[in-house]
Write a protein that binds this ligand. Structure first.
Ligand code: SF4
Length: 316
């Protein structure tokens, strides 16, 4: 089984790293701590980076004439331009980034759930949206996994996030040291079932691209492959799509299994279909079978080994 390359993840500095919140606090997040042993964190605190102190008076987003502004009500400072300028500069400076883990609900970092007001001194939000920095990150890197620490408590979102960051990191590393088409073909084969679950269309497109690779230069091939590969992971796959892949993989072993084992698989599959268990239970079961029956092809499939084991058994 292949090891995992280290994804490069931008993280809000107030998550476990440094007490930079407006009230001088820090967010203690267990998942981000564990993730820290498997990834490289690039830390950022947009509010401190634009010159605000710790602690500081809170800032808020105001919606004025259909446009969003960032203010510090206590000082009446309009921070919109400074924050936009910093965000653009910081995001433009990033190289080889695989995802973002940002602080929820913040007027700077919030990916969702940020309160938006229509008046500087109102305490009643008119809507919920995104923080300024998060909005810019999504505009520039919308194809990457960009989540906040609260969303990652939901197992489906966490599974999707982890799949994306580890897949993109592996793709990036593969491309960076690519010396022959064969390495890209191997990569594609390892991702066959993961691609099948995420997008049958992408699997076909990438398969055709690899099959017709002789007509393309290596650089051209990798650049088209990259575009399609990233696109394939845009949406969380449906349960139906995962059931299809799980049944497909199960087909490799079914004839070797006892009836009681087959019954167990189908019961678990039904539970997954009905939302009673998470897909990680089925992944672990099928992975055990791939080792038991020494199926080298399946052992190397990323679908059965999408990210470090610790997260396959992680519970909030
Ligand atoms: S949410 Fe973002 S801006 Fe606010 S303290 Fe954390 S890192 Fe800084």
């Amino acid at each position: 089984m292949k090891d995992f390359p280290k994804p490069n993840i931008v993280i809000s500095k107030c998550i476990n790293i440094e007490a930079v919140r407006y009230d001088g606090g820090i967010v203690d997040n267990e998942f981000a701590k564990i993730l820290g042993s498997y990834v490289n964190y690039i830390t950022v605190c947009p509010e401190v980076s634009i010159g605000l102190s710790v602690p500081r008076d809170p800032i808020v987003i105001i919606k004025e004439n259909n446009s969003y502004k960032l203010y510090q009500p206590k000082t009446n400072l309009n921070l919109t331009d400074k924050m936009e300028e910093f965000s653009n500069k910081f995001l433009d400076s990033l190289i080889d980034i695989d995802g973002f883990l940002l602080k929820s609900k913040s007027p700077s970092c919030g990916v969702s759930g940020t309160k938006i007001f229509d008046d500087l001194y109102s305490d009643k939000p008119i809507e919920e949206g995104r923080g300024f920095f998060a909005q810019k990150a999504l505009e520039k890197f919308g194809y990457l996994a960009i989540e906040d620490e609260l969303s990652l408590k939901i197992i489906e979102i966490r599974h999707h996030f982890l799949i994306k960051v580890f897949a993109f990191a592996e793709f990036r590393e593969t491309i960076n040291r690519l010396s022959s088409v064969k390495e890209l073909i191997d990569f594609h084969q390892r991702y066959k079932y993961l691609l099948m679950a995420y997008s049958q269309r992408a699997l076909r497109t990438l398969g055709r691209l690899i099959a017709g690779q002789k007509e393309l230069k290596l650089q051209e091939l990798t650049s088209i492959y990259r575009r399609e590969f990233y696109k394939a992971f845009a949406d969380v796959p449906s349960r139906g799509s995962n059931v299809n892949v799980l049944q497909h993989i199960f087909g490799y072993f079914s004839r070797y299994l006892r009836n009681v084992e087959k019954d167990k698989f189908f019961r678990l599959l039904d539970d997954y279909r009905n939302g009673l268990v998470h897909i990680t239970s089925l992944i672990r079961l099928l992975r055990d079978y791939s080792f038991r029956f020494e199926n080298r092809y399946l052992i190397t499939q990323r679908y059965l080994n999408p990210y470090p084991e610790e997260f396959l058994v992680y519970e909030n």
